[in-house]
Design a protein around this ligand. Sequence first.
Ligand code: S3P
Length: 170
Amino acid sequence: MKQKNIILCGFMGSGKTTVGRRLAPLAKMQFIDLDDYIAEQQGKTVSAIFAEQGEEAFRRMETEAAKALSNRTGLVIAAGGGTLLRAENVRIFRKNGSIVLLDTPLSILQERLRNDTFRPLLQRPDRKQFIADLYRRRMPAYCMAADLIVEGGYPAEKVAAQILDRVRKG
Ligand code: S3P
């Protein structure tokens, strides 16, 4: 039987990559981080893509990557924080997978993202306020995209076990 993909959705720092790496072996599936996949395809980092080609170009690459990966099965995919904000990407991933939102409290996100130097959107002096505003704007769209909402902010293995349990129960 072909295994539906599991797509992890949520804000930057919500734990998509860390939890995905734990979840994949538990579920006997393959882990793919969407940012890493795009960076590999393009031969440059996400920061370089944003700087050289702009955010819109990166968003188009996300949709292309979503299409390519949705032709495969048995994947745990850590989406980027902006991926599931696009209705088109939600449709693409839904065809063949369950979208799971990691609902991680804003205070934990702020702590995790405080010293981040990799995420292009966060390299600004008003980072804390920017994160708070973006979080409030994005949360409703994440909730709309999600088939399942799981509490993040706990140790990754606990969150991964919770996801597997809930996905299996359908
Ligand atoms: C983004 C989140 C990043 C990455 C890019 C844009 C966003 O992924 O795709 O920097 O718009 O929230 P992570 O959520 O894995 O940090």
